[in-house]
Design a protein around this ligand. Structure first.
Ligand SMILES: [Zn+2]
Ligand SMILES: [Zn+2]
Ligand SMILES: [Zn+2]
Length: 318
């Protein structure tokens, strides 16, 4: 199976850590691992560079990680701590002269059209972000590297247009593309088709309170955030993992996120060699203390595989 690399760009809950105006022990910690931007991850897999979620820290996360090109943005769900940075994809449009490919579920697309009407309107404000939406659901799908969208041409006072071979300019509003579904769940990573090698991505269905959300598996790494339950049937997609991320925001039960106990119980059931906790809040102790606490809890609960808090900048390979 192909190797994947995932970099955590943000491991904080919706308000981030520290929280504005909070003087608690965690929010005032000098440890850089206690500075958590909103949840996001960068994945390098099969020649693709994929961002998972573009929240309000998107711009700073791209700068901090020195990212100036993306093949795709996957959106897990439409909460602003995961989609609030979409306007800033303009910077990537300027560099690549291409629309940014966003892969998401239909309800997320509908919400984006409401939140960002100016991006999807027929008559666009010059300089509005350019995105191409690809609709997905929980079935595996394939992305073909290099199968890029059309090149954008900047026209003064008009904005972006596609310039056709005959020189004519056409507006960039595109019909929504439906992602090609992988035929069977072979989970091999590489699929043949369309005259080239495609990269198979496996979405993981979960619920965030009652809202359907997606996690994603890339080879031996799975990224899960903002879930409070995972249907039993989805566990089949999570076998044999080297790394998995799981979200938790508190020790107490929470309506839309796993509690710490639930996350640990799920970590044990998934059985990945390493589990990384993300979407963390200042409810948990400082990073180093939390790490020790988790090791003890795993021992008490008989969880053999490692469970640790992730941190911004952490790179995992599997
Ligand atoms: Zn969130
Ligand atoms: Zn605090
Ligand atoms: Zn959420």
């Amino acid at each position: 199976m192909m190797q994947a690399k995932l970099t955590f760009l943000g491991t904080g809950t919706s308000l981030g850590v520290p929280i504005v105006g909070c003087s608690c022990n965690v929010c005032t910690s000098p440890d850089s691992k206690d500075k958590r931007l909103r949840a996001s991850a960068l994945v390098e897999y099969g020649g693709l560079r994929i961002l998972i979620d573009a929240g309000p820290d998107f711009r700073y996360q791209m700068l901090r990680q020195n990212v100036c090109a993306l093949d795709a943005i996957f959106l897990t769900h439409n909460h602003k701590d995961h989609t609030g940075g979409i306007d800033d994809v303009r910077a990537l449009n300027y560099i690549a002269r291409q629309a940014v490919a966003i892969w998401c579920e239909e309800p997320v697309y509908k919400s984006l059209k409401q939140s960002y009407g100016y991006i999807f309107s027929d008559i666009k404000y010059p300089g509005a972000p350019e995105v191409n939406i690809h609709l997905i659901d929980e079935r595996p799908f394939i992305i073909y590297p290099g199968h890029s969208d059309k090149v954008l041409d900047w026209v003064h006072d008009v904005g972006y247009r596609y310039r056709l071979a005959d020189g004519s300019l056409v507006p960039t509003g595109e019909p929504v593309a439906i992602a090609e579904k992988a035929d069977d769940a072979g989970y091999s990573g590489l699929c043949k088709g369309l005259g080239g090698d495609g990269v198979e991505i496996i979405p993981i269905r979960g619920l965030h309170d009652k809202m359907p959300v997606l996690g994603f598996r890339f080879g031996n790494i799975a990224y899960i955030t903002d879930m409070s339950s995972l249907p039993h049937s989805e566990l089949n997609k999570l076998k044999g993992l080297e790394h998995v991320s799981l979200n938790t925001v508190s020790y107490k039960p929470h309506h839309s996120h796993f509690s710490l106990d639930e996350a640990l119980e799920l970590a044990g059931r998934i059985g990945a060699r390493n589990t990384w906790l993300t979407h963390l809040s200042h409810t948990f102790p400082r990073h180093s203390e939390f790490e020790e606490q988790l090791a003890l809890m795993c021992l008490q609960k008989g969880i053999k595989n490692k469970v640790r808090p992730a941190w911004d900048g952490l790179e995992i390979v599997g």
